[in-house]
Every structure is written in C-alpha cells, then in structure tokens.
Ligand binder design. Structure first.
Ligand code: UDB
Ligand code: ZN
Length: 193
C-alpha cells in the first residue's frame, strides 16, 4: 500500500447518510463504455467493500463490513454499484455493474430473517423487507460489456437493495408501517435461512 493509495481509501465518512437528497434521487444512466473516471469510482467502491471485509483493514479504518455499495451513497448521481459476497454455497459473487436492470423475477419472495441494515443508515430499523427470491439482471460491466446474470437468495437481496438505492429507495420503504414483521399475504414468501 503506497502513501497515495492510503489517502484515496474510502472510509465511513465518505458515505452519504440518510437525510441527504442524493439517496432519494433516481440516478442517471452512465455512458457506455464507461469513462476512466467512472471506472475509477467503481473500482474504489469495490475496494472499499473488500477492505471492509478484511479484518485488519476494517479495524484500522473503522469500517462496517459491507456487501454492497451504490454510487449515490458516495454522492455521485450515477447508475452503478459494487457488490462482493460469498453465497450460501460458498460461491464468490463480485459485481461492478453499470446501468443494472431487473429484466425478470420470481413470484416467490424472500426476506432476511433479521431484517436489513444499510451503510447509509446509522440506526437499527426492525422489520421484514420482502424481496424477490430470484432475479435476472442485465447490466454493463466495468469494461462496458453487457452481462445477463440470474441470481437467487442472499445475493439477489443485495442486488435488489443496491438497485433500489439507484432508484432513490431505502430498505425501510418496504417495511409494513403498521406491523413491521407482517408480510404481504398475496405472495408466497420464504425466509432466507
Ligand atoms: C451491508 N452488511 O453492507 F448475511 F457475511 C450490510 C451492513 C449495512 C450491515 C454493513 C451485511 O449485510 N453484511 C453481511 C450480511 C450477511 C452475511 C455477511 C455479511 N449492506 C449494504 C448496503 O447498505 N448497501 O447499500 C446492507 C445489506 C442489507 C441487505 C442487502 C445489503
Ligand atoms: Zn444500503
């Protein structure tokens, strides 16, 4: 790690917190192929997530262990996000996606049994966040190549959470106002775990 890199590291203070209007903005599409500047932003976002999952780095820079980050969480009005996590089958998912779109989804829904949090939200918000169990996403990767990927379970939840950010939607917008642990009864729902 060079001196220069260190000062370019994203930390929690770079992350926009709830209340900032950028988190309620429907973000703009990014030009394809992405500019060097957009690629650099996306690479830094991915590095932040990886650092946050590295025990040494997380401790040193006080990072919350994250699995995804959208560009508007850094204040950029740009339609792109990074996600990095291993799924239920120990498969690694590493996505740096531009202009992502859910092109189809299951009727079946799912939710995180302990609810969701957010790197932009410094409080606990109890309640179930119903999500599609399976999604098919079309996006452009950092090289500007179109990709179509089918996802399910936890990684599908993460990608829906990030695409929501790009549409100005927060996870708690999906929580039932009257009873946070009530689920919609018009669809079959299963708990993730
Ligand atoms: C997260 N992390 O990064 F089930 F190994 C959350 C925070 C807000 C708690 C840091 C997370 O869910 N980590 C996690 C969960 C597991 C297993 C595991 C690590 N986000 C990302 C975010 O706010 N992006 O905008 C919130 C997640 C809640 C549901 C999907 C994204
Ligand atoms: Zn979030």
């Amino acid at each position: 790690m060079t001196h220069q890199d260190k000062h370019n590291l994203l930390t929690m203070k770079d992350i926009v917190k709830e209340g900032d209007p950028i988190l309620r903005t429907v973000t703009d599409n990014v030009a394809i192929p992405p500019s060097d500047e957009d690629k650099q932003i996306l690479n830094k976002m991915m590095q932040f997530i990886k650092n946050s999952q590295d025990e040494t780095m997380a401790k040193k820079y006080q990072l919350r262990p994250g699995v995804g980050l959208s560009a508007n969480q850094l204040g950029f009005n740009k339609r792109m996000f990074a996600a990095y996590l291993t799924d239920e089958k120990e498969q690694l998912h590493e996505y740096a996606w531009i202009n992502p779109k859910i092109i189809s989804h299951s009727v079946q829904m799912t939710y995180m049994p302990y609810g969701e949090g957010c790197l932009s939200v410094d409080r606990q918000v109890p309640g179930y966040v119903p999500r599609y169990d399976r999604i098919k996403v079309r996006a452009y990767d950092i090289e500007g190549q179109e990709v179509t990927v089918k996802l399910k379970g936890h990684v599908a939840i993460v990608v829906q959470h990030e695409i929501d950010h790009l549409n100005g939607i927060m996870f708690y917008d999906h929580i039932n106002q009257d009873n946070p642990f009530e689920l919609p009864d018009d669809v079959a729902i299963k708990s993730l775990y």
